[in-house]
Design a protein around this ligand. Structure first.
Ligand SMILES: [Fe+2]
Length: 271
């Protein structure tokens, strides 16, 4: 087999990446929307692994976790194809420690942050594991930052492009976190995380939280940042809003394509 044939037959790993589904008992239409979105995602890309980049629930309650699992199951998604990252809504401050262990137990991990491999793609799921000052803030421990740096260095040595997920965006990277948005600085030790990521330009960093529309940005020679939008909310002007990324990873790299679930259409130029 020559190298051209090898490239053509190399497997492609496919993902559907969304954020902020905010499933809650009091708002059953959100679980319904999650079910419809996953169902459509599987119709468009049947072999998807589905990632929710945090705030998959409103209060991090056990019954909300169950509603998320049920919506995914009803949409036909296998249990091990649903990957969850921690959001600030899953770790409300008064019960911070309980929330973290609840999440870690649910995803079968020792810590709220973890990594896993899907096909040949390395997924690194970060989490605010240190108590933040603000309820909607995020603080990433030094242990986790060191762990992240090691993971990204290993990926670099292997020549693979990892997908990194953190619910809150890094300051001044994507829409919703820009300086003029005012509330963009959600990670309390933002500069520490940014310093680690900037050392690894091959990484793709997916964030949510702001509910701003999808978009990507590469700053200088740093990694690529992708804003992952939201599924649950309208845009503040009474228009419904539900967008997500279809992502393929193969020998050629990582490619993204944005989809709007209200319009049921690909988003022009959203890559
Ligand atoms: Fe959030």
């Amino acid at each position: 087999m020559n190298s051209d044939q090898q490239l053509r037959t190399a497997p492609t790993d496919r993902f559907f990446i969304m954020s902020d589904t905010h499933v809650s008992l009091a708002k059953p239409y959100r679980a319904k929307r999650l079910e419809r979105v996953v169902s459509k995602a599987l119709e468009l890309q049947p072999d998807s692994t589905v990632v929710i980049v945090g705030d998959f629930t409103d209060y991090g309650m056990p019954w909300e976790y169950r509603l998320v699992a049920r919506a995914a199951r009803r949409a036909g998604l296998q249990r091990d194809r649903l990957v969850l990252a921690l959001g600030n809504h899953e770790c409300r401050l008064p019960r911070f420690t309980w929330s973290l262990s609840r999440f870690a137990r649910h995803v079968g991990s020792e810590a709220p942050y973890r990594d896993l491999t899907v096909g040949r793609t390395h997924l690194i799921l970060l989490a605010g594991d240190e108590k933040p000052q603000r309820w909607d803030g995020c603080r990433i421990s030094d242990n986790q930052l060191e762990w992240l740096d090691r993971m990204l260095s290993d990926d670099e040595e292997r020549g693979s492009a990892p997908l990194v997920f953190n619910h809150e965006p890094l300051f001044d990277t994507v829409e919703g976190s820009l300086a003029h948005h005012g509330s963009g600085r959600s990670i309390e030790n933002d500069a520490d995380l940014r310093a680690v990521l900037d050392r690894h330009p091959g990484a793709y960093v997916f964030t949510g939280h702001s509910h701003f529309p999808l978009g990507t940005r590469r700053i200088g020679v740093g990694p690529t940042f992708a804003n992952t939008g939201a599924i649950a909310y309208d845009d503040g002007y009474g228009r419904e809003f539900a967008q997500g990324w279809f992502v393929s990873v193969d020998e050629y790299g990582v490619s993204l394509r944005g989809y709007d679930f209200i319009e049921e259409a690909w988003i022009d130029g959203c890559r």
